[in-house]
Design a binder for this molecule. Structure first.
Ligand code: ADP
Length: 281
């Protein structure tokens, strides 16, 4: 606690134990309309967090919602490429406008601000956190039912800033079977508890492959532990997504919206059901 604490967190930047984490919350742009915000998190990179964010946005679109993705993975942005978006974001006096995918998903990413997609972002944490916050405060997100935030991996500076500054309706955890799943999930659960944000589900990505000859599912990384771990934490929404070559091809060629095997349909429906209940109450 600060030496001369007056118990008014709004006028103090101190991150002390008695501070309500929600007191850091930032308002979105005054012209934005964002109904639900979901952070997609993982313990490390390369497990399919961006793929999950993209496919959840596609599932929301298919369910008739307006979807958006905030690509908060500033140093490894991959969302625009998956959606085949190569436009630069436009600015007006009022704020920055996200770019639109073919099917109308609003996207903001470091890659739509850089002059070249190959330009590396070699920035320190504070600058990265500030940019992510601007994606929330300075971008005009028009009429969004579901915003998915593709978080940087881990529990460092930038994820912490997002958890504290953006009012999240919940998080989705992405793991892979070999990803020390118990520890990763526990860390994410603890972080979500600290921030008082509910966990809406766990994705076990690259869970198995289906043999193209006999159709049998093969667990290449050993038996899945995700169900037991989810149960341990009272999480009932779990999806297992296979390693699917056509998914990689769709993402690499910028046609993720055309990918028609919807692994996430039931998973998203459960999230929608839960958050609908919440807004009804
Ligand atoms: P992260 O965001 O966790 O770093 P990505 O979503 O970028 O990971 O995925 C890493 C790579 O794996 C990408 O090339 C992506 O296309 C591929 N990938 C992700 N999930 C699958 C899957 N289920 N089947 C096949 N390829 C996948």
């Amino acid at each position: 606690m600060a030496e001369n604490c007056n118990h008014d967190c709004s006028s103090c930047g101190e991150n002390c134990a008695s501070r309500d984490p929600k007191s850091f919350l930032k308002q979105p742009h005054k012209l934005s309309k964002i109904r639900k915000t979901i952070a997609v998190v993982s313990g490390k990179g390369g497990v399919g967090k961006s793929m999950t964010s993209a496919l959840l946005a596609c599932a929301a679109c298919k369910a008739g919602y307006n979807a958006a993705i905030m690509d908060a993975d500033i140093t490894g942005p991959s969302i625009p490429k998956m959606f085949g978006v190569h436009d630069r974001a436009m600015g007006s006096e009022a704020g920055i406008l996200p770019v639109l995918s073919d099917r109308g998903t609003q996207i903001m990413s470091m890659n739509v601000l850089l002059n070249s997609e190959e330009e590396p972002v070699v920035w320190r944490g504070a600058l990265i956190s500030g940019t992510v916050l601007q994606f929330w405060t300075d971008v005009i997100w028009a009429d969004v039912d579901y915003m998915f935030i593709d978080m940087p991996p881990g529990t460092g500076d930038v994820p912490l800033t997002i958890f504290q500054s953006i009012p999240l309706d919940g998080i989705v955890i992405v793991t892979t079977p070999q990803d020390l799943v118990g520890m990763i999930v526990k860390k994410a659960v603890n972080m979500a508890d600290m921030m008082k944000v509910p966990i809406l589900g766990i994705v076990e990505n690259m869970s198995y492959i289906t043999c193209p000859d006999c159709g049998r599912n093969i667990s290449v990384f050993g038996d899945s532990k995700v169900d037991a771990i989810a149960m341990e934490h009272g999480i009932t929404n779990v999806v297992k997504v296979p390693i699917d070559r056509s998914l990689t091809d769709a993402a690499d060629s910028g046609r993720i919206e055309e990918f028609d095997h919807n692994y996430y349909e039931g998973f998203f429906a459960k999230i929608d059901e839960r958050l609908k209940d919440k807004s009804d109450n």
